[in-house]
Design a protein around this ligand. Structure first.
Ligand code: SF4
Length: 92
């Protein structure tokens, strides 16, 4: 349990450094959403979710396909060309 606490402290330290440095990284991007505080990553919601089709077997064993959709998962230190700083959002 103590080891987990140390890992969370280390993660919090690294993330604080990213925030304070103003890095062009997901953690400082308006499009990033960490759904759960304890999660190591979050989702990029710059664009709508991507739809995936995958093979399944029907109730009678016949082949078919199902669909689902996801936002891309991104770690807080990831950088990309769509970065938009949180501070750029203005209230109207
Ligand atoms: S992947 Fe790019 S657009 Fe998405 S949250 Fe990270 S920096 Fe922002």
């Amino acid at each position: 349990m103590e080891k987990q606490g140390e890992m969370l402290d280390e993660r919090a330290k690294k993330e604080r450094e990213l925030i304070e440095s103003g890095a062009r990284a997901c953690i400082n991007c308006v499009h990033w959403n960490r759904e759960k505080p304890e999660a190591d990553d979050g989702s990029c919601q710059r664009f709508p979710p991507t739809v995936f089709a995958f093979p399944i077997k029907g109730a009678l064993g016949q082949p078919g396909f199902g669909t689902n959709c996801f936002f891309p998962r991104c770690r807080p230190e990831i950088q990309c060309g769509e970065f938009t700083p949180k501070a750029s959002i203005t209230m109207q």
